[in-house]
Design a protein around this ligand. Structure first.
Ligand code: HEC
Length: 104
């Protein structure tokens, strides 16, 4: 019984993807390589990209208001016109932690 409770507690903790310990600095290299082309150096897409693909502004409340889990999921599984980024150097959690540093 004790073991079941422990297992449940661990699973619950693991299922809440948390950016605790994510390293924004480490995420920068991955962002610059895999995301910058569409999203711009600081999360604001070029006008051309924004128009061509409706790339959202990553510094907007609409994006930053979402949970880390949602944003990590967009990278891992893709979202709308954005395909899953499978060639990312480093962890998606680190990259999202870096994206969070763009906030105005
Ligand atoms: C080919 C261009 C392209 C690349 C490369 C790209 N994105 Fe995106 N991204 C988009 C587009 C387009 C959307 C809007 C998707 C939609 O909602 O239709 C988007 C949406 C997002 C969102 C918002 C998700 C949401 O729930 O609102 C985040 C966060 C994001 N991208 C992060 C990243 C990160 C981090 C990388 C690199 C690992 C990356 N993107 C690479 C085009 C791109």
């Amino acid at each position: 019984m004790k073991r079941t409770i422990w297992t449940l507690a661990t699973l619950t903790a693991l299922s809440c993807v948390s950016l605790f310990g994510a390293d924004a600095k480490a995420g920068q290299a991955g962002y610059d390589k895999s995301c910058k082309g569409c999203h711009g150096a600081a999360g604001i897409p070029s006008l051309a990209m924004a128009k061509a693909m409706s790339v959202p502004d990553l510094t907007s409340a609409a994006v930053l208001g979402k949970s880390d889990a949602d944003l990590v999921k967009a990278v891992k599984e893709g979202k709308g016109k954005m395909k899953a980024v499978t060639t990312l150097a480093g962890s998606p959690e680190d990259v999202i932690a870096y994206v969070r540093t763009f906030k105005k």
